[in-house]
Design a protein around this ligand. Structure first.
Ligand code: 5RP
Length: 228
């Protein structure tokens, strides 16, 4: 599986041109991209990156990829990031690694977003992977009830759980928020659910990425598929 992820990352690297300003995703697949990009930078490629998490910032620095921020540049040419699920309309579930907020800000600031993944992430309908929802800890009970109402309006339901870190404590995002993971099974209307969740005050962001990805590089046993 890790080899497939690296192959997808290597294919996306072919889209990188000298001088590009790049969004750098988070997760095990995006990490391969950062490592391969670092190898190209070491041999003279000139690019600059905006990391989508503190983990990716550390990886990029270790690999020698020059970094900047969205305050210092006015746009990104391309973002390369992984995903937890991708549907045929390029709707995504992201946030399995907890970086969905910065990932969405960076993707939205990019001219293009390429999703890199092993082909198990390509699904007919989103929802088997629990949907991450980043929330403010204050008033979480009220926020959860509002989320449940939004689910009902959008024809979905499922258990929600506050994400825990490996040490058993509540997982805290780079922005200092918590994540609620919702087991929905099948999301019939991803754009509708995205709009409903975005309207809830205690929801900082959610893992539905709608209209952001423009292509997917999927690596499987039979090779690489680029879907546009
Ligand atoms: C992190 C993400 C990741 O892109 C997603 O979880 C996929 O990760 P991986 O490449 O490790 O399977 O959204 O917030």
């Amino acid at each position: 599986m890790d080899q497939l992820k690296r192959q997808a990352a290597a294919r996306a690297l072919e889209e990188v041109r000298d001088g590009m300003q790049l969004g750098l995703g988070t997760g095990s697949t995006a990490k391969h991209f950062v490592e391969l990009l670092g190898e190209r930078v070491a041999t003279g490629l000139k690019v600059i990156g905006v990391p989508t998490s503190e983990t990716t910032r550390a990886d990029a620095m270790r690999c020698g990829v020059p970094l900047t921020t969205l305050d210092e540049i006015d746009h990104l040419d391309m973002t390369v990031d992984g995903a937890d699920e991708i549907d045929p309309d390029f709707n995504l579930i992201k946030g399995g690694g907890g970086a969905l907020l910065r990932e969405k800000i960076v993707a939205a600031a990019s001219d293009r977003m390429i999703v890199i993944a092993d082909d198990t992430k390509w699904v007919p309908t989103l929802g088997k992977f629990p949907l991450p929802i980043e929330v403010i800890p204050f008033g979480l009970g009220a926020t959860r009830r509002a989320i449940e109402k939004a689910f009902a309006v959008c024809g979905v339901s499922g258990q929600m759980a506050v994400r825990k870190a490996k040490d058993g404590h509540v997982f805290v995002t780079d922005g200092g928020h918590w994540i609620v993971d919702a087991q929905l099974g099948c999301i019939v209307d991803p754009p509708g659910l995205a709009t409903a969740l975005s309207a809830i005050p205690g929801v900082v962001e959610h893992g539905l990425f709608i209209g952001l990805a423009s292509s997917a590089v999927l690596a499987g046993g039979e090779g690489i598929r680029v879907i546009e």
